[in-house]
Design a protein around this ligand. Structure first.
Ligand SMILES: [Zn+2]
Ligand SMILES: [Zn+2]
Ligand SMILES: [Zn+2]
Length: 278
């Protein structure tokens, strides 16, 4: 295969960056480009895969297993069963002797004498086909009732030839049954899953920053308001007299942005001793 392969498995950290890449580039669907020269490529994510020297398929499969993508069959193609290449030469072979020296020809019935044979048997004279049975030119008195392959080496006649492929990369010769006839997928980005994940990453990063700055985290992240009502935040950090409360708007929930802001305003008037960050 010409696609750069990496044996290394895709780490969770890489998936994290991959999801951010998808989000930043506003990618909603990842479709393959299928070509013998390049194999299966996913152009939209190629810059990311190249940068990390990753097999794009492994990346996509892992992201799909983690629930960020949904896959759908885009195409089905034959791969070399030995090396996975898409570069091969296809040939037709005689079903009896295996020769590739075969020819497809029409089956002709000479209506005047009733003789039926393949076109190869009818000699051509002055642009006229001569019936091998009665020796007369068939003119327009004939019918074509089908087609047959004829082996020019062993004269065997057969309706369907054997198809064989010769891989141009590894030299392997294989038939249709032995081939790897595999689906090629396209991947749909599931926005709710991606946004939820990004929120988790963002909150984790904020927690790291708070911890590094000497804060301790309040668990559960709840602050009692002046009114006595408990207010739930995503993170509450404490350091001496400083209190930081983080409230993150999550577009994947039923909460809309207006009610999020109103809710936050309510919290901020009720909670007097904390800096509230949205
Ligand atoms: Zn033959
Ligand atoms: Zn005839
Ligand atoms: Zn091969």
């Amino acid at each position: 295969m010409t696609t750069p392969l990496s044996a290394a498995t895709v780490s969770d950290k890489t998936i994290e960056e991959f999801i951010l890449f998808i989000l930043q580039n506003r990618i909603d669907i990842i479709e393959p480009a299928v070509s013998p020269a390049t194999g299966i490529l996913y152009p939209k994510i190629q810059p990311f895969a190249s940068k990390y020297k990753l097999n794009p398929l492994k990346l996509l499969e892992k992201a799909e297993k983690m629930g960020f993508l949904e896959k759908e069959v885009f195409d089905k193609v034959i791969f070399c069963p030995k090396c996975g290449s898409l570069r091969y030469i296809a040939r037709l072979h005689c079903t009896r002797c295996g020769s590739k020296n075969i020819k497809s020809s029409r089956i002709i019935v000479h209506e005047l004498c009733g003789y039926a044979g393949v076109e190869l048997e009818f000699k051509k004279e002055d642009d006229q086909l001569i019936c091998p049975n009665c020796g007369q030119p068939i003119g327009e008195n004939y019918q074509i009732i089908g087609e047959l392959f004829t082996c020019l080496d062993c004269s065997h006649r057969f309706p369907v030839p054997d198809v064989k492929f010769e891989c141009m990369d590894c030299g392997n010769v294989f038939n249709s049954q032995e081939s790897r006839y595999m689906p090629v997928y396209k991947y749909k980005v599931l926005p709710e899953k991606v946004e939820l994940f990004v929120k988790k990453v963002a909150l984790r990063n904020i927690k790291d920053i708070l911890l590094r700055s000497g804060y301790r985290l309040l668990e559960p992240p709840i602050i009692a308001g002046v009114s006595g009502i408990n207010h739930q935040f995503d993170i509450v950090g404490l350091k001496n007299d400083n209190k930081v409360a983080i409230s993150y708007y999550d577009p994947s929930t039923d909460e809309n942005i207006q009610s999020h802001i109103l809710n936050l305003l309510g919290k901020s008037t009720d909670v007097k001793d904390a800096v509230i960050i949205d």
